[in-house]
Design a protein around this ligand. Structure first.
Ligand SMILES: Cc1ncc(COP(=O)(O)O)c(C=O)c1O
Length: 297
């Protein structure tokens, strides 16, 4: 496929509707692969990667570590907002990449353009993982025409349901694309993944209609969760909602739900000990989880 000019589908139902436009993009593997590829191929330049709190999706830090770079994790604040000052403080002479997810998994919140600009002004390569972009319509991709040190990563795993194929794309300045093409490994995504990617782009309208249904269901689930005393749902731009419970309560509720055949996502990090994440499913699945939570909490 033409690796430099790919039409990026725009999310249809959102608070912010970007104009359809053609941007410079290259197909790539998943986010972990992108980071490990850059780090290992540009090892003499990349010593350290700063990762803004990836308490659930920790593949990036792991990929950087395995590729031989040090990683520094910068915690988010008590509202899970990114802490730009702490990120700046974490930078030292070895730092080359700052990595942040937006919407973040599992907290669901979105970085603002201002926050990303603040990170870009450090001069480091800033990689924004927009794996859930289609579920919120908020993107910093437009900044790639202004900042040559910005990479926006997207995946076909979520909105197009191609998770098993590990295929996505990166949006960045043409100059940076040339550089990445220069250093990336010669093999690209598999032909099977490429066929699925192209078929999904052809079928983008129908796939984005599914995304709309998920977004509507997410908002319905959020309001229902808000109505259950003892559950605090966090607003989300992803296809999931993070729920907070009273001190020490989440583990027991999680087990009870599992006994009823309802399996949610809990976390090993101590910061998220009182939380679990509910993925948005069908309306029937939402009703079942809400009914069970109302009884258990
Ligand atoms: C923030 C984030 N980025 C990336 C991924 C994975 O994307 P891919 O399937 O392209 O590896 C996930 C998967 O859970 C994720 O939560």
């Amino acid at each position: 496929m033409d690796s430099k000019k790919t039409k990026i589908p725009q999310q249809t139902q959102s608070t912010q509707k970007p104009e359809p436009r053609v941007v410079a993009a290259i197909p790539c593997f998943n986010t972990e692969h992108f980071i490990s590829d850059i780090v290992s191929r540009a090892r003499k330049y990349v010593d350290q990667v700063i990762v803004i709190d990836d308490s659930s999706h920790d593949g990036t830090a792991e990929a950087a570590r395995v590729a031989g770079a040090g990683t520094t994790s910068v915690q988010r604040d008590e509202s899970f907002e990114i802490d730009v000052a702490a990120a700046r403080d974490a930078i030292d002479a070895r730092s080359k990449i700052i990595f942040v997810s937006s919407p973040n998994n599992p907290t669901g919140n979105i970085v603002s353009e201002e926050q990303v600009k603040d990170l870009l002004e450090t001069g480091l390569l800033v990689v924004v993982d927009e794996a859930y972009y289609e579920f919120c319509g908020k993107t910093v991709a437009a900044l790639t025409s202004e900042f040559e040190n910005l990479v926006v990563l997207r995946t076909m795993s979520k909105w197009a349901g191609l998770a098993g194929l590990r295929v996505g794309y990166g949006i960045m300045s043409p100059k940076l694309i040339d550089h990445i093409i220069d250093i990336k490994q010669p093999y690209n995504i598999s032909t099977v993944a490429e066929a699925a990617l192209l078929a999904s782009l052809e079928d983008a309208e129908a796939l984005l209609r599914n995304v709309d249904l998920i977004v509507r269901e997410r908002e319905r689930m959020f309001s229902l969760l808000e109505g259950i005393p003892g559950v605090k749902p966090w607003p989300s731009g992803g296809n999931f909602v993070l729920c907070q419970f009273g001190l020490g309560r989440a583990g027991g509720i999680f087990e009870e739900l599992a006994q009823r055949g309802i399996f949610l996502r809990k976390f090993s990090s101590s910061r998220l000990a009182d939380f679990f994440r509910i993925s948005v499913g069908t309306p029937e699945q939402t009703d079942a989880v809400i009914l069970a939570l109302a009884e258990l909490v």
